[in-house]
Design a protein around this ligand. Structure first.
Ligand code: 5GP
Length: 114
């Protein structure tokens, strides 16, 4: 698999504003934020999108979800809430072929998204 931007951020080959990490996930601020808080959470185990989730263990997937929740907690988003988005494939405008959860918060969000 070709190296992506997020492989390089995880490897510290590219700079990023990392807000949370543990042995399973890395979370960093989106370079083009769409909300006052906009953070991307990626698992250290590479997968292209959520469409590949069934190929991975419940341990890896569970740790990813826990990492998303811990990141939101670290960012102080628990009280007012937040949104988690997985853009998947071309209709959803996924641009980086490495799974990433967008955490969006810090203001009241519109629904449905465009
Ligand atoms: P996607 O559209 O694939 O769901 O989201 C990819 C996200 O990565 C976009 O929100 C985009 O702003 C963000 N992004 C693209 N390049 C960089 C970068 O170099 N650093 C960071 N931190 N985020 C990036």
């Amino acid at each position: 698999m070709e190296e992506t931007l997020f492989d390089r951020i995880i490897a510290r080959e590219l700079p990023a504003d990392i807000v949370f990490e543990n042995d399973q996930v890395v979370a960093f601020r989106d370079i083009n934020p769409q909300a006052p808080v906009h953070v991307l959470v990626v698992p250290r185990t590479r997968m292209q999108s959520i469409a590949e989730a069934s190929k991975h263990s419940p341990e890896v997937l569970g740790a990813f979800v826990q990492g998303i929740a811990e990141t939101a907690q670290t960012l102080g988003l628990e009280e007012n809430g937040y949104r988690v988005v997985f853009n998947t494939g071309k209709d959803a405008l996924q641009t980086v072929p490495y799974i990433h959860a967008h955490i969006l918060g810090g203001r009241r969000l519109a629904w449905p998204p465009g």
